[in-house]
Design a protein around this ligand. Structure first.
Ligand code: ZN
Length: 304
């Protein structure tokens, strides 16, 4: 469970909920109480040391009333667990950097308000409620200071100024869990970069230059022809085929279709998909390019 909590504290963006306890039932005593988070450690960016370090969570306030056998009304909303509390997390390495989270814990179903063994005659109506498929979730509903936007340096170098603006805004929207917003930015990048990407792939040592050029020529005659993205697969260098799927076609597909026909959740997963694929493609192109440069340098040295 610590591993899951650590991953949540490190990576979850604002309002991105994560299950911390599955199949919650009577007798389970975990996560009804903020103290279960106390002492959790996780990786986070220390602005003081300018690197990822280990942070440790401390509670800002102790709430002794939550330790009773019967939970207080204030941790419930309509019978479902729902409470919010602030925490401070400190860098274990420099002891000066700190980040504050406001955490919200909730259940998807009503849960029992009894957390320990008490006399049955003291049970309230909800004490015996023990519904199946009840999970406990946690989400960050506040982060201070604002979460740093980490941009992939290879992508920044690859994109032009205008697309870098969209890249920054897209990642920022992703952090705030705005699916349709981030998808719109990433699609603009893909729309304007896809042919550029194909041109670069054409120049890689392992590519079939003449065939890719033929596809580009056809596309230039009529840019409604999207078959270029289908047909390029067979001419890709091996490393770009390593997904077992056509990354160029997938990028094209993810950037088409009516934007507003997606739910926020669908848009969010598509936006994350575009970002991952874009990183993959650019990384592979750069890797292949650096292999050539290495060999060129070796040859140059040999000729000396
Ligand atoms: Zn530090």
């Amino acid at each position: 469970m610590q591993e899951k909590t650590g991953d949540f504290l490190s990576n979850a963006t604002l309002y991105e909920s994560q299950i911390i306890f599955e199949n919650y039932g009577m007798g389970n005593v975990k996560f009804y109480d903020p103290r279960h988070f106390k002492g959790s450690t996780f990786q986070y960016f220390c602005e003081n040391e300018i690197k990822d370090t280990t942070f440790e969570l401390e509670l800002l306030y102790d709430s002794p009333k939550w330790s009773y056998n019967q939970l207080g009304k204030e941790v419930f909303k309509d019978g479902k667990l729902n409470y919010t509390f602030p925490v401070i997390c400190k860098c274990r390495s420099c002891h000066t950097e700190k980040v504050y989270f406001l955490l919200n814990v909730f259940s998807n179903n009503k849960i029992s308000d009894i957390v320990g063994v008490i006399r049955p005659e003291e049970y309230t109506e909800r004490s015996i409620a023990d519904l199946p498929d009840t999970n406990i979730f946690v989400q960050k509903v506040g982060i201070y200071p604002e979460q740093k936007i980490n941009l992939n340096k290879e992508i920044v170098k690859f994109l032009n100024r205008e697309n870098n603006k969209f890249y920054f805004k897209g990642v920022k929207s992703l952090h705030q869990n705005y699916g349709v917003g981030s998808l719109a930015y990433f699609r603009r990048i893909v729309e304007s970069e896809l042919i550029h990407i194909v041109e670069l792939i054409k120049e890689l040592p392992d590519s079939n230059k003449s065939m890719i050029q033929k596809l580009i020529d056809e596309h230039e005659k009529d840019d409604r022809i999207s078959t270029i993205y289908d047909n390029i697969y067979q001419y890709l260098p091996q490393s770009l085929k390593s997904l077992g799927d056509n990354p160029i076609k997938m990028l094209y597909n993810l950037s088409s279709g009516g934007l507003h026909s997606f739910t926020e959740e669908e848009a969010l997963s598509k936006a994350k998909g575009i970002l991952k694929l874009l990183e993959f493609v650019i990384l592979k192109i750069n890797e292949e390019k650096s292999v050539i440069n290495d060999i060129k340098n070796i040859i140059k040295d040999l000729k000396k």
